[in-house]
Design a protein around this ligand. Sequence first.
Ligand SMILES: Nc1ncnc2c1ncn2[C@@H]1O[C@H](COP(=O)(O)OP(=O)(O)OP(=O)(O)O)[C@@H](O)[C@H]1O
Ligand SMILES: [Mg+2]
Length: 333
Amino acid sequence: MEKEIAIKTENVNVIYDWGKPSETKALSDINTTIYEEDFVIFFGPSGCGKSTMLYTVSGIEKPTSGKIFVLGKNITEFSPMESAKFHRAQIGMVFQAYNLIPTLTVIDNVALPQVFRGISREKRLLRAKILLQRFDILPQADRLPSELSGGQQQRVGIARALINEQPIIFADEPVGNLDSKSAKIVLDILYDLNVKDKKTVILVTHDPSLLKYATHIIYMKDGFIVGEKRFSPKQREVTVSSQLEQPFVSSLSGFSSQSTTISPIESSAAEKSKKREEMAKELVETMQIDGTETARAVEPKIIQTEPKITAPQKELTIGELIKGNREQEQIKK
Ligand SMILES: Nc1ncnc2c1ncn2[C@@H]1O[C@H](COP(=O)(O)OP(=O)(O)OP(=O)(O)O)[C@@H](O)[C@H]1O
Ligand SMILES: [Mg+2]
């Protein structure tokens, strides 16, 4: 049976700070096809454009030029409203820093994307419970995210990314903050979602030990795709069950699979991209809620309609909530 195309990019370019001395070409002539039900990994060193790729193909960022088709729709032509609607229904996002709302309980975090789809509280809590049970975090349902371990919080993040039954899950370094045991649990969940639920999983990492999960590896360097490898689900099953590394990792010249040392140039690049990723995360939260309203406008609405949700001490934007969450994580580390 022919596989359906999930995402197709045509000559996609992303240039930051165009015309300024700091001009950066983050993506260059990206042409690739991602099929439904694949487990795709964008792999490459820090600053090579992996996150830019993820945010661009998921419709959060607009490319400078080129076309992107997601499930047959040209998302580069969408209005902000169409984009928000499409994103909410088709795409689930999982972040390295989880980005849960710290003032909401675990179950309310998971159910939140359904509030704005007009689904009754009873129905959305039931669905959230099923997901929490599946990921073995139901006993933590009424706790706040800060009372959970990193691995548990990431499982909440995955549950939230699935609540609207989105067929495509994007994950930017989803296990980057986790110890190896928690990371394996999270990766096994993503693998299970790909194998059993037939979700298309698209993950970004610089960690070669994750490559064994992929059926499609896209190697990136300096904003270019420098190689692609595809594996049948059968081949992948072998690598996952035998815990083998996917081959070809270091066969491409210039690829250091252990790129843990960061040069000053890379570190300024990492800083820039961090800022950009924070903005994108904020945007995703807003998109999950409503493309037309600002997060600040939405916040009081949650409090009015949701008696179980504790109101923040002062009126916070979603961005501030996320920032607070990130700071707490830093303190914990
Ligand atoms: N908002 C921005 N403004 C200017 N340049 C940016 C911005 N965001 C990213 N960049 C630059 O684009 C390039 C690609 O960044 P990107 O975040 O996609 O890399 P990455 O592969 O995800 O890196 P990492 O593994 O460190 O997360 C880098 O050179 C980065 O400095
Ligand atoms: Mg990145």
